[in-house]
Design a protein around this ligand. Structure first.
Ligand SMILES: C[S@@+](CC[C@H](N)C(=O)[O-])C[C@H]1O[C@@H](n2cnc3c(N)ncnc32)[C@H](O)[C@@H]1O
Length: 297
């Protein structure tokens, strides 16, 4: 029988070796997600059941660009930019300079598609964002906070690179506050284990970290109701994948820029139980998708 202790060793590795863990995980799953989910590894916000994915992504991005006051920003940062799709949208919508950083070279290998004079990408760790030697008027960080080894420290470091009045938008994967240890163990721990997540933060803690790090809160909104179709689609895609995929298909999906050995196949296979537990986490309300818009004082 699984117990909390079953997961301790994995969570310790995800925290202490988060950089290695992320490089390996996204080398294995980047193309799988692109094929079965989308080129953007973040959620679209839906108005209703009938809105198309294209329209939902377009409107979601428009909302984020406005929140970031992108037109007035001369320096813009996207953290965990992934395959670079939204970084390109940022650069398209400002005459300012845009930088995308990510810790995964496999993910960054797809950014070469995007060529604009005001757009740059860099292999860089968010936990060392203050070592970039640059400051920003707008910063965005979507669907990746859960992977960070220390969320409080990350917020402190992000604050250091924000110019006064600069906007920071975080789309966070949070856990509902007040869960008991059995609820966490049954639903969240398996999901975290299969997704390489060391810990999940509550929205309340993030609010505290922002306030303690010199940010003014502009808006905090729980978006679970607007992303139901994303969670459902993730689950349905996992089912479609399992019906179609076989062992011989998997090596094609793995990035060839690093040697993963048997881990590559294991990491891909683990996306299936992860999808199931994510669905459970959402249906039971323990997982929350939260919009945090803050401004540097
Ligand atoms: C689910 S993807 C989201 C990517 C992108 N934000 C998007 O919406 O398409 C998570 C990304 O976070 C990146 N990541 C995780 N930890 C990181 C860190 N410490 N520094 C930089 N990037 C990180 C991973 O490499 C991966 O590309």
């Amino acid at each position: 029988m699984f117990t909390t202790k079953t997961y301790t060793k994995d969570f310790k590795y995800f925290k202490e070796k988060y950089d290695e863990n992320m490089e390996r995980m996204f080398a294995a799953v980047s193309d799988l997600y692109a094929e079965y989910w989308n080129d953007f590894f973040h959620f679209a916000l839906f108005k209703d059941e009938n809105e198309s994915w294209e329209s939902a992504f377009r409107n979601t991005h428009k909302k984020y660009l406005e929140a970031l006051r992108i037109k007035d920003a001369s320096k813009v940062l996207e953290m965990a930019c992934g395959r670079g799709g939204f970084t390109n949208v940022l650069a398209e919508n400002t005459s300012g300079e845009v930088l995308g950083i990510d810790i995964s070279r496999s993910q960054l290998s797809h950014t070469k598609r995007f060529k604009r004079p005001n757009l740059r990408f860099k292999h860089h760790d968010i936990m060392k964002v203050d070592e970039l030697g640059e400051t920003f008027d707008a910063a965005v960080f979507m669907d990746a906070d859960c992977y960070l080894p220390d969320k409080k420290l990350a917020v402190e470091k992000i604050s250091k690179v924000m110019n006064p009045g600069g906007r920071f938008l975080l789309l966070g994967w949070c856990k509902q506050s007040g869960l008991n240890s059995m609820q966490e163990e049954l639903v969240l721990y398996p999901f975290m284990k299969y997704w390489g997540i060391p810990s999940l933060e509550t929205p309340e803690n993030y609010k505290k970290y922002f306030e303690q790090s010199g940010f003014k809160i502009v808006e905090i909104t729980d978006l679970n109701n607007q992303v139901r179709r994303d969670w459902d689609f993730g689950y349905e895609s996992a089912l479609a994948g399992i019906k179609k995929l076989s062992f011989k298909d998997l090596p094609r999906l793995i990035w060839k820029g690093m040697r993963l050995g048997g881990d590559g196949i294991r990491l891909i296979k683990e996306q299936f139980p992860a999808a199931i537990y994510i669905k459970v986490g959402f249906d039971v309300g323990f997982l929350r998708y939260v919009y945090f818009l803050v401004e540097k004082k």
